[in-house]
Design a protein around this ligand. Structure first.
Ligand code: FE2
Length: 330
């Protein structure tokens, strides 16, 4: 496959998932060149620009590209790599995670406590302006744990449809409504703990209401925060590029009233008001666990994710440090 490139070489890792005909997930690319650090970084940026159509076709077909073994050391190096792709930045308006700008278009990935798991999700499925591509960068390799599992979304859809055809038919017909209680200020203890002032980049309630409305979200003010209601939004998405249906929603585990996974006050219902059945969600969790690829982070890794076709999550960190940065693209 990687023979299509003058610069990149595809390598195999034992943790990749294998799907017939030698298709491995994710794609792992390294450099054919052996030269000095500066030259490789420069050459990487040049190769990204020159071979962008080939890289994009890989991303389309395989979902995720992991660039490994390149001298991407600092957040600025990562910023240069992202810039080389030339995609417009997706601004994080309506997003739920606490994130801080590091440099340029590079942000911390999610500042919630690293010993807590983040369930599988496509980035920002709960608003209309979700990013189509994500970049992650490993600045500090985790001591132990803290991986970012990834899974092909169409496989989750197909398996769920086989196992729960009636529920999936309802999902396709009615979509989902997301209700999320948001406090005034950021709560760093939660992975969805961004306060509404940060979510909508204002402390003016009227401005927040206008910005929320543009995202298809209604706000109901409460004493110390606001209830945000979005939907019904489609829960299954037709991906034109791959010609497949994807599990494009936040239903990736027990959702209703399970404080282990979702915060209290946050829930997801079918668009017709019906409750999402827990047995289907348990099966969904199992499918995600079975089908995901977990590649332990190595310092300098850059992971390029098609947010339209791949779900990602975060495993609890067992031993610090860990610093993963991210950049979102339209
Ligand atoms: Fe995420």
């Amino acid at each position: 496959m990687a023979s299509g490139s003058r610069f990149f070489q595809e390598v195999e890792l034992p943790e990749q998932k294998s799907y017939g005909h030698g298709i491995r997930f994710p794609v792992v690319l390294t450099s054919k060149l052996i030269t000095t650090k500066e030259k490789v970084l420069e050459a990487l940026e040049e190769a990204i620009r020159d071979e962008k159509p080939w890289l994009e076709s890989l991303l389309r077909e395989r979902g995720v590209i992991l660039f490994r073994g390149f001298p991407v050391i600092t957040p600025s190096d990562f910023n240069q790599v992202v810039e080389a792709f030339g995609y417009p930045e997706a601004f994080y308006i309506g997003g739920r995670a606490s994130r801080t700008q590091v440099v340029g278009r590079i942000y911390t990935a999610n500042e919630s406590p690293l010993d807590k798991r983040i369930p599988f999700h496509h980035e920002m499925t709960y608003v209309k302006n979700f990013p189509s591509k994500l970049f992650f960068f490993c600045e500090e390799e985790p001591g132990s744990g803290g991986q970012t599992p990834i899974v092909l979304s169409h496989i989750v859809y197909e398996k769920m449809k086989k196992k729960h055809p009636e529920f999936v038919a309802k999902l396709e017909e009615h979509g989902l409504t997301y209700t999320i209680v948001t406090s005034d200020e950021d709560q760093h203890s939660s992975f969805t703990g961004r306060g509404w002032k940060s979510v909508y980049h204002t402390d003016d309630k009227k401005v927040a209401e206008e910005r929320a409305a543009k995202l298809g979200t209604k706000l109901e003010w409460m004493e110390n925060g606001v209830k945000t209601i979005t939907g019904p939004l489609p829960a299954i998405r037709w991906d034109k590029e791959s010609q497949r249906k994807t599990w494009f929603n936040n239903l990736t585990g027990p959702v209703n009233g399970d404080a282990k996974i979702y915060d209290k006050g946050t829930y997801v219902d079918l668009g017709n008001g019906e409750t999402v059945p827990n047995d289907a969600m348990e099966d969904c969790s199992n499918i995600l666990e079975e089908e995901c690829a977990i590649i332990p982070w190595k310092k300098g890794d850059v992971m390029f994710v098609n947010n339209l076709t791949v779900l990602h999550s975060r495993q609890p960190l067992l031993k610090p440090p860990r610093r993963i940065l991210a950049s979102l693209c339209k």
